[in-house]
Design a protein around this ligand. Structure first.
Ligand code: UD1
Length: 336
């Protein structure tokens, strides 16, 4: 019998791609989302790809009444908690909004899980928990440095909170998935990233510039101590990321401890300039870009050692940067 799974934030970028993979692999899922940062269009996309209308309820994870109604009407085996705010920039401007939303949705969810005896949680964490690591590629044993942003602090705090709740109880099992830089879209171009307003993230900015929606891309700094002077990141195709969630659902019962964290990345550092050039090469389109000053708060270089995920989740990335950029561009073209 396949597990029944609740996806909070299931209409978001990573939630929607994971929903597709879970549905196609025969899982029974329910998506919840408050649409504060997401769009109903992705639900239509999920339906078109899978030929199945995803079960869905609109509501906020901070709303205990809403969660109670969801948990009382459904018996879940596992929860995947995607729902969170994720803009580094906005979190600096509106720290209270971020601490309140990201922490309270987590505590309310844990309370509901406890009340209804749901004992498996997969949490969307981030490589941001490491800050600028001393050793690269970074592995899961690296210490958390002071977070560069309130957003990053909420991910650190949620991981700490989960550690404490696991220790205090006997049943809860947690997997925190530390995403590196998710990019790309479903190859069908029916779902993808839908940034609100001017994108902060690199790839949506690249595709919008190539589509003529933005005048030019600014590369934030070329004087870092990296091979070409621009920052280094680990860009992971969102479909690979989605597949990692399926592996986590399958393997959560056989983890060495009830609280485990995994890096989800390719293991390769790619520079920001390198990515811009690769985009031009892969798509053949013109991309207007120039080098500008550094962006405050940026980490110079971070990429994953993904060995633990390979060993314990049996997962590794399969898709290339070229595929991710081609898919991101296909998605952008049908939006424009
Ligand atoms: C950060 C977090 C990540 C989080 C994400 C959410 C770190 C290391 N990573 O990613 O965990 O999930 O925010 O938003 O803290 N860039 C440009 N020009 C642009 C946009 C970006 O040069 O117009 C550069 C940035 O300076 C950076 C790289 O591209 O070096 C990637 O930036 P971005 O896509 O915003 O992601 P991170 O900041 O790496």
């Amino acid at each position: 019998m396949k597990k029944r799974i609740l996806l909070t934030g299931g209409a978001g970028y990573i939630g929607a791609h994971t929903a597709v993979e879970l549905i196609l692999q025969g899982y029974d899922i329910l998506l919840i989302d408050d649409f504060s940062k997401s769009n109903k269009a992705l639900l239509t996309g999920i339906e078109k790809i899978t030929n199945k209308c995803p079960s869905f309820q609109e509501g906020d994870c901070k709303d205990s009444k809403f969660l109670e109604s969801i948990f009382s009407k459904n018996k879940f085996d596992t929860v995947i908690h995607f729902a969170a705010y994720k803009s580094v920039k906005e979190s600096v401007q509106e720290p209270l909004l971020y601490y309140d939303n990201n922490l309270r949705s987590m505590t309310e969810l844990l309370r509901a899980m406890n009340n209804f005896a749901v004992n498996e949680l997969i949490f969307s964490s981030s490589c941001t928990v490491y800050g600028q690591p001393d050793v690269i590629p970074v592995d899961e044993t690296a210490p958390f440095k002071r977070a560069e942003s309130p957003y990053g602090a909420t991910k650190q705090m949620c991981e700490r909170l989960l550690e404490d709740v696991v220790l205090a109880g006997e049943k809860l099992k947690v997997i925190s998935l530390r995403y590196f830089n998710p990019i790309g879209a479903h190859p069908s171009a029916l779902i993808g990233e839908l940034p609100i307003g001017v994108p902060d993230n690199l790839v949506p900015y690249v595709t919008q510039t190539a589509a003529g929606l933005r005048e030019k891309l600014t590369i934030f700094g070329d004087d870092y101590s990296t091979p070409d002077g621009s920052c280094l990141r680990d860009f992971i195709h969102v479909m690979d990321l989605a597949q990692a969630h399926v592996s986590a659902v399958e393997k959560i019962d056989s983890m060495p401890s009830r609280n485990e964290a995994f890096n989800l990345g390719t293991g390769e550092g790619v520079s920001v300039l390198g990515l811009a050039r690769k985009f031009i090469e892969v798509t053949g389109v013109k991309l207007n870009y120039e080098v500008g000053p550094r962006r405050p708060g940026d980490i110079e270089k971070v990429y994953a050692n993904p060995a633990k995920a390979k060993k314990l989740l049996g997962w590794q990335t399969k898709l290339t940067l070229e595929t991710a950029l081609a898919d991101a561009w296909r998605w952008q073209k049908q939006l424009a």
